[in-house]
Ligand binder design. Structure first.
Ligand SMILES: NC(=O)c1ccc[n+]([C@@H]2O[C@H](COP(=O)([O-])OP(=O)(O)OC[C@H]3O[C@@H](n4cnc5c(N)ncnc54)[C@H](O)[C@@H]3O)[C@@H](O)[C@H]2O)c1
Length: 275
């Protein structure tokens, strides 16, 4: 009888784990809005890891420059990665570039995307207007993510009707080199969305971190010091001291997703909830 019970419990737990996993979105198609420094890097990394990507910006000229920058960056990667086999390097560059298409009309390309990553100008009004518009055109399952460094994810998410499918996805510059990605969950972000973004970040070869509390005292000091300049100061600090910061984020049970962007517990999650 005990054996039957054990088998039953095991079967139930494995089937519920399987159904939880089944609910996650497997991101295959990504739309990156903004082809500047960060957006181009995100598009490059996503395409190089087997995703199809649409890169969106305001003009064809900007997109042409982005594409050129991506190609140059890919050639540098290929030179190192395929030092012994230049032909394989060329194939890698061509294949990656062929996975990236471009558009100047975000609304017309988001209907079939799994994930929208926004990396446009750091302006709340411009970002919320963009997401309000895209919300009407994107598929039901599509996850929205912002790469903002200093704005509240909740404020941007509130401009949409999909707060449960909205989160922060904060990459570091230069995106192809920096392994850390902060996955920022708002109180409305669903677990499914959060886990889908963790999986997506891992699929890019990145180290996603999720944290709810101030972990590093010096970061807290900067965060509580001075409103608007704080996020920039923290970004600079984190970039300057990446190895110890990464180490801390990856090893500590109190990881910190919102550290470098100035969106620490107290701002994004009042009360510093611990998960
Ligand atoms: N630069 C960094 O080190 C860094 C690091 C982490 C996060 N971020 C964040 O990433 C975002 C982008 O930063 P960046 O440095 O790449 O900026 P950037 O100025 O290099 O690029 C922004 C791009 O967005 C485009 N754009 C602006 N409005 C648009 C719109 N409505 N639709 C489509 N495209 C639009 C611009 O034409 C430009 O090409 C910001 O939110 C920033 O805070 C930046």
């Amino acid at each position: 009888m005990a054996f039957v019970t054990r088998q039953f419990v095991r079967a139930m737990s494995s089937s519920s784990a399987a159904s939880a996993a089944a609910k996650k979105i497997m991101v295959k198609h990504v739309t990156v809005i903004g082809g500047g420094l960060m957006g181009a890097g995100i598009a490059q990394v996503a395409a190089a890891t087997g995703h199809t990507v649409v890169l969106v910006d305001q003009t064809e000229d900007i997109l042409a420059k982005s594409r050129k920058g991506i190609e140059e960056s890919l050639r540098r990667v290929a030179k190192k990665k395929f030092a012994e086999n230049p032909k394989a390097g060329d194939e890698f560059v061509d294949k990656t570039l062929s996975s990236i298409s471009t558009s100047t009309d975000a609304a017309s390309v988001v209907h079939s995307t799994d994930l929208v990553v926004e990396a446009i100008v750091e302006n709340l009004k411009v970002k919320t207007e963009l997401f309000t518009r895209l919300d009407k055109f994107a598929a039901e399952h599509t996850i929205f993510a912002s790469n903002t460094s200093s704005l509240q994810i909740t404020s941007i998410a509130n401009a949409t009707t999909r707060q449960d499918r909205f989160a922060g996805l904060h990459f570091f510059n230069p995106v192809p080199l920096m392994k850390l990605v902060e996955v920022i969950k708002t109180p409305m972000t669903s677990q499914k969305t959060f886990e889908s973004l963790i999986d997506f970040s891992r699929s890019l070869g990145k180290h996603p971190v999720s944290c709810k509390v101030v972990m590093v005292p010096w970061v807290d000091f900067f965060l509580t010091g001075d409103g608007a300049r704080v996020p920039r100061a923290c970004d600079r600090l984190c970039r300057a001291s990446c190895p110890p910061f990464w180490f801390a984020c990856q090893e500590s049970p109190l990881s910190t997703p919102e550290a470098s962007g100035g969106r620490f517990g107290s701002r994004q999650h009042p009360g510093h909830p611990l998960e």
